[in-house]
Ligand binder design. Sequence first.
Ligand code: ZN
Ligand code: ZN
Length: 122
Amino acid sequence: MFFVVTSTTKEKEIDFSQTTICSACGAYGRYELFMTYNQLSLFFIPVIKWGRKYYVKLRCCGSLYTIDSDLGRDIERGEKTTINESDLHPVRINHRREYFCANCGYKLSSEYEYCPKCGSKV
Ligand SMILES: [Zn+2]
Ligand SMILES: [Zn+2]
């Protein structure tokens, strides 16, 4: 008789979506929520879960934040439906992306519609 015990880190998407103006890249984006946790299985049956961490991801630029696990749990249960910017703890912030003019290679910021150097449409 022996036990098969496995410990794995799992990732789970949480059904949540909130539109927002992304503070990192300035795009009209969306908060997406997922969590990671450790799971101990005995004969491939999950017995213990621990170390839950909740993450908020922005699809526009891929910036990543964590939120407090209490808030994450409330959202997962549907008790809370909004995330405030003050709830977010930055993990990885991807700032406004840089663009380059296809015609002359001049570095552009995303507000430009026409290249300021050569005048071609971006
Ligand atoms: Zn963004
Ligand atoms: Zn140009």
